[in-house]
Write a protein that binds this ligand. Sequence first.
Ligand code: AMP
Length: 144
Amino acid sequence: MTVTAILKTKGSNEIATVRADATVREAVALLAEKRIGAAVVSPDGATIEGIISERDIVKSIARLGADALDAPVSTVMTRNVETCTGEERSQTLLQRMTAGRFRHMPVVEGARMTGVLSIGDVVKYRLDELEHEKTALEDMVKGF
Ligand code: AMP
């Protein structure tokens, strides 16, 4: 199934973004408020400058202690962000996230970001998909 289909089942297409000149403290507040593990760093909600995840924040706190919270997001974020398009399939997405050791993937169409998927969204979708396939096969065997 495609990324677009997974985004549709998610219901909300809200994209949590933070500006590069915001403080890490502000990014932490956003992650806590939205109950998410990463935010896309963007000046306008559509273009991608980077991504900041809880892992980046933990690494920075380990290095700088509480001072890490006053640093700008730009000093902590990952700049080289891997993205996907709506046509990509869930299996490919899981392979890319596993190989790259990250759990968040912004979805882009042209130059604009249209959503973000977490590995949890993709795994949930794949499990539902496999469950449907299993039920269909069982029904076939039973002669329905
Ligand atoms: P995560 O597993 O998503 O919490 O992120 C682990 C590390 O990968 C952090 O350094 C993130 O900034 C980075 N990261 C997260 N998502 C992506 C992505 N789509 N492309 C590149 N790096 C990412």
